[in-house]
Ligand binder design. Structure first.
Ligand code: SAH
Length: 358
């Protein structure tokens, strides 16, 4: 072990990063005192950049039809028990309509992926229409790996943000979680392409996915430091009963909030959600995430039937404070820990820059 954990926390905060060995040592050797200091610094860093405001994004799960076969995911291609659906253009616009009325100014379209000219055209047209009807909103896409030219079309259509978790930055671990047809290199290239095209880019990984070690996580952090994304989404792995990992252990709350705090110190300006998976594994998971430096929540705007069928993992929350209709409840829960739900669009801005007029 290289130095004590307090020294590593101080170095991380001062230099906005460690090397791979430093991350591994920090994750393996964190003492209660080191952890307290890590949370304190991460919380302060988030408050310096965002005050007590938490941004919201409305999540629209537009399709669970997927060509991929990620071993952890409930909507993987070979899960014959998933009831497949695709929302129509009118369904999606109705979600935005409701979301706008509830106060959402960012719409995130997420889904399985069935790459085809038809699906790409459909998404580009829907994005254009959302931007036409709600000119002051932002549209985020989270629809997986596409050719660079397709990403460009999405950007020109008006989607300016893109979420694509790299899932794990270790090639061997990647092969444990994905079929041989999928490639970590291709996924990373997609992220670089998105960044290069001008998107605000989000990446991330699951915490406690099967086979994950501290060395793997250190590599994830190292990759994120290299990419310098605008957003980072992490959440615990949660098993799904119809996947090969049905009997695997779920990722931990403690591990997840610690990593949120590390990410906040690495990337003071990043938009970091307290994810649904975090809220799913513990009743106060969302609040603990915010207190560790997260500053975004993403309630669900999908129609009820879609929420049922978009089960990435067992018991995934989509109602109460995780539902768009529960915005007032969510605001009360955040108020209870001293935070307010922001009604701004919540664009990324450089460290120290004030929030721009929208
Ligand atoms: N097809 C898109 C969207 C994937 S779903 C894409 O590939 O980007 C969004 C995220 O849910 C994934 O990136 C993954 O990290 C997470 N996820 C999938 N299955 C999960 C599980 N069993 N537990 C926790 N998170 C999971």
């Amino acid at each position: 072990m290289r130095g004590d954990d307090l020294a590593l926390v101080a170095e991380l905060a001062a230099r906005r990063g460690l090397d791979r060995a430093g991350y591994a040592a920090l994750l393996e050797g964190l003492t209660p005192r080191g952890e307290e200091e890590l949370f304190r610094l991460a919380r302060e860093t988030a408050r310096r950049q965002f005050g007590r405001a938490v941004y919201t994004r409305g999540l629209i799960e537009w399709s669970n039809v997927c060509a991929n076969d990620c071993l952890y995911c409930g909507i993987r291609r070979s899960n014959g028990r998933a009831a497949r659906y695709r929302l129509s253009r009118e369904d999606i616009l109705a979600c935005c309509e409701r979301g706008w009325a509830w106060g959402f100014r960012t719409f995130v379209l997420q889904g399985g992926e069935w790459p085809s000219g038809e699906e790409d055209r459909f998404l580009a047209e829907v994005v254009e229409e959302i931007r036409r009807r709600f000119p002051r909103c932002a549209v985020t896409l989270s629809v997986g790996e596409r050719e660079r030219a397709v990403y460009r079309r999405f950007y020109e259509a008006g989607a300016t943000r893109y979420l694509l978790r790299h899932e794990t930055a270790d090639p061997d671990h990647y092969r444990q979680l994905h079929p041989a047809s999928m490639s970590l290199e291709r996924r990373k290239q997609c992220l670089w392409n998105l960044k290069d095209l001008g998107f605000q880019v989000g990446t991330g990984f699951m915490v406690g996915s099967p086979g994950q070690t501290a060395a793997h996580l250190a590599r994830d952090l190292e990759f994120i430091q290299e990419l310098q994304p605008h957003m980072v989404g992490i959440g615990p792995f949660v098993p799904h009963r119809d996947t090969p990992f049905r009997n695997a252990r779920a990722g931990g709350l403690e591990d997840t909030v610690r990593l949120i705090a590390v990410l906040r110190l690495m990337l003071p300006a990043a938009l970091i959600p307290a994810t649904t998976a975090l809220g799913t594994i513990a009743p106060d998971g969302r609040e603990q995430g915010i207190l560790a430096g997260a500053n975004v929540v993403m309630p669900n705007l999908s129609p009820a039937a879609a929420r049922e069928s978009y089960t990435l993992y067992d018991n995934k929350l989509s109602t109460g404070a995780e539902g768009g209709e529960g915005r007032a409840l969510l605001a009360r829960r955040l108020a209870a820990i001293g935070y307010t739900l922001s009604d701004s669009r919540g664009d990324w801005r450089p460290e120290g820059a004030p929030e721009a007029e929208e």
